[in-house]
Ligand binder design. Structure first.
Ligand code: PGA
Length: 250
């Protein structure tokens, strides 16, 4: 299989700039294209940079179709502890992406299984994903594809691991109850994107980066399946996240 590309940069700022470059390239080639982007700490710098570029007139995202990657089951955009809400405030609104171009993952559907199938159809009707930017959880999850997720999994309801719930609790201060279930795009859905950018930062992720990129792909490490995308995968790591890799990309 064709090898993916890895960029190891010195700092989080460089990682954020490079990730923003990749989004900008796709958006400028496909102004009406469909992309999915992650929540969490890692993409914060990328979003700040993209918003800066939008405000400077360097990039126009007003026609981009955004598909949300995941959210807690039962949480709507109006909930303070909703990933969609977070993305809206942090990125979509400041980047000038109109609500009509945002496809929210159906976290509050009466029948989430049926709605998940419909979400997949929506992605297909948009022409498929031109770009999927994803992060890597401490347990190797990609979106909320937790360990055990199959590489051909589709959008679906999942049970969250204790580890992911603890990670979530760190994001949402106060007494917000972290749901034990989520709805997530599947690994198979993400793997069909025409370009996949994995961004990982910090020493705490060094071991899971190594397991994702150096070990045999396995159900224990969802991130390891991203390599199935071959040359459609672009990995951006800062030096700390890359510290345990056996071979480093250029
Ligand atoms: P983080 O989360 O960016 O907050 O580390 C990554 C993830 O869980 O996908």
């Amino acid at each position: 299989m064709t090898q993916y590309t890895t960029n190891v940069v010195e700092t989080y700022e460089e990682l954020s700039d490079l990730a923003a470059d990749m989004v900008q390239t796709v958006v400028s080639h496909h102004p009406r294209g469909a992309i999915t982007v992650p929540t969490g700490q890692t993409p914060v710098g990328m979003y700040a940079e993209l918003v800066r570029r939008v405000r400077a007139g360097a990039i126009d995202m007003s026609h981009t179709q955004i598909f949300c990657l995941d959210d807690y089951l039962g949480k709507s955009r109006d909930d303070a502890a909703s990933l969609t809400r977070w993305l809206w405030d942090e990125f979509l609104e400041p980047a000038g992406i109109p609500g009509s171009n945002v496809h929210m993952i159906p976290a509050t559907a009466v029948d989430p299984a049926v709605a998940a199938v419909r979400y997949e159809t929506e992605i297909a009707q948009a022409g498929g994903l031109d770009l999927a930017v994803v992060g890597l959880g401490p347990n190797g999850h990609v979106a909320f594809n937790e360990p055990g997720s199959a590489p051909d999994s589709r959008t679906r309801v999942v049970d969250l691991t204790e580890e992911s719930m603890e990670q979530s609790a760190d994001y949402w201060e106060g007494d917000e109850l972290i749901p034990s279930q989520a709805i997530t795009m599947g690994l198979g859905t993400i793997l069909e994107a025409r370009k996949i950018v994995l961004i990982v930062s910090g020493a705490s992720k060094a071991d899971i980066v190594r397991r994702s990129l150096n070990d045999e792909p396995s159900l224990d490490v969802p991130g390891s399946w991203l390599r199935n995308a071959g040359n459609r995968l672009h990995v951006i790591l800062d030096r700390d996240a890359a510290a345990a890799l056996e071979t480093r990309g250029s």
